[in-house]
Write a new protein. Sequence first.
Length: 328
Amino acid sequence: MSRRWFIVCTVIAFAFVSAAAGCAKVSNSALVPRPGIAGIREAPQSLGTWTTKAPMPTARGTLATGVVNGIIYAVGGGYYVPFNTNEAYDPVTDTWSTKAPMPTPRAGLAIGVINGILYAVGGCCDVNGYPYNTVEAYDSVTDTWTTKAPMPTPRSDLAAGVVNGILYAVGGGNNQNFTLATVEAYDPVTDSWTTKASMPAARTQLAVGVVNGLLYAVGGHTLHYPTIVEAYDPSTDSWTTRAPMSTKRYGPAAVSLNGRLYAVGGNNGTSLSSVEAYNPATNTWAAKPSMPTARWLLAASVVGGKLYAIGGQTGHRPLNTVEAYSKP
């Protein structure tokens, strides 16, 4: 029996997901409790607001984004058919433009940016339905792609973070292992990969954000829809468990903003609009204003102190929605 590409298998395996469900939005005028420390509340004026921006030309989930010189590049993704699409968003003009397509169409890939070069790693799937170990680098100055050393472990639905010029590819899954704890590090100077300490919890469709030199892996698929948060210290090659999120999420996005780790959207049986932020200093999570649009398998990037939530899916419907969060 022929294999279907891995990201579709994931969707089918969880086909109970509602096609257009959303979560209730948090009012900017409400006091929002902070999970982790009993009774502590955050003042309304500190919550921030969401605004709608110009839509992405190509609606898609399972994409990845990276920022180079203040421009957000939205790469790959798809639904049933993987895309090689590369579209660039300028937050200053609120406009999109089309760039050179990625050589290998892929969904469920991850992206890291090092010294102005965008690295697209992994994703799904080849003609036989297997995830890629492909690594391709995009130079926005020349609008060209080059092939780099392949990742040791082929996988899709992984996440990536960059610390001190090294890209860390975390988790994901493949046809041999539905969930992986694998962590591999790419050095663009030597164009080589090394294996690092595995995550304590194997998972796919997780998100990664970097705050103060530590890499945080949040949510994803395990046997359940976890609230799990684990932090990786590259200097010691070790993982520690941190305070869990208040909401179970797979397929969320994660970014660093103002010294906090933001977990955005996702799914726990229904598409989520909720957002929460982690404070590493206190090891606590605080609820933030919800996105206007509930979605999962989205991407997020930060430019100029604003968080941009891009694309994704509401249920199984791909989106071109772009919404920006700013905190006073």
